[in-house]
Design a protein around this ligand. Structure first.
Ligand code: BTN
Length: 210
């Protein structure tokens, strides 16, 4: 069969238009993960000397990025934070409202958006091929632990007035728990990937993404 550049360009355009559209399934997944993050708000452990609590909600952020990919993962965090900003008491401890963005939590909350994007950006590129678990774990450690904890610690002194060095050392208290959550998220994401691979955004099950 002869190669027709015009029709090849057209099918490429059709594929990218398809991928640009979010299907009802994608919207459902975005809402589902926003709800999961809200549900994980039941855990908040205040740490003496730290302005930000130990939470479980960042586990939901890791899962959103690793399972949904960059676009839908990021949108689920943006949806969750928009609901918080609108006043719904969805942050751990039942907090909500625009005021929570004027606290030392700001960097972490922005980090959740950036972190889900980075995790998804990496996992979108490693969906195929084995071994999957170590790769997705690396993605979660980079996007979920490094990006979020660093951004959080960097912006926190704007509100606390504390020295950046002191803040960075203090926030190391989050690391053991966050690394544990990263391992758990990678195990869950790898299991979901094996048992029920979520098609990329805009692509129907059985339809080729390539
Ligand atoms: C808030 O609820 O005010 C913001 C929560 C941010 C908590 C951050 S997420 C990364 C780090 N790990 C934790 O367990 N807590 C902080």
């Amino acid at each position: 069969m002869s190669y027709n550049p015009a029709s090849s360009q057209q099918s490429e355009l059709r594929r990218s238009n398809r991928a640009a559209v979010l299907l009802p399934r994608d919207l459902g997944l975005i809402a589902l993960f926003a709800a999961l993050i809200a549900a994980l708000g039941f855990v908040a452990v205040p740490v003496a000397g730290l302005a930000v609590p130990i939470v479980l909600q960042n586990l939901g952020v890791f899962l959103a990025g690793a399972i949904l990919g960059a676009r839908r993962g990021t949108l689920s965090i943006v949806t969750f934070l928009a609901l918080v900003a609108a006043g719904l008491p969805l942050l751990s401890g039942g907090r909500g409202g625009i005021g929570v963005f004027m606290t030392p939590s700001l960097g972490y909350l922005l980090g959740w958006v950036a972190g889900a994007f980075v995790i998804g950006f990496i996992t979108d590129r490693i969906r195929t091929g084995k071994p999957y678990f170590p790769k997705v774990l690396a993605a979660v450690l980079i996007g979920g632990v490094l990006v979020i904890d660093l951004l959080g610690a960097l912006l926190s002194p704007l509100f606390t007035g504390l020295d950046l060095g002191v803040t960075l050392i203090g926030s190391a208290v989050f690391l053991p728990g966050d690394i544990l959550k990263a391992v758990l998220a990678a195990l869950v994401a790898a299991a979901v990937h094996r048992a029920y691979p979520v098609p990329p955004a805009g692509i129907r099950r059985g339809e080729s993404a390539a």
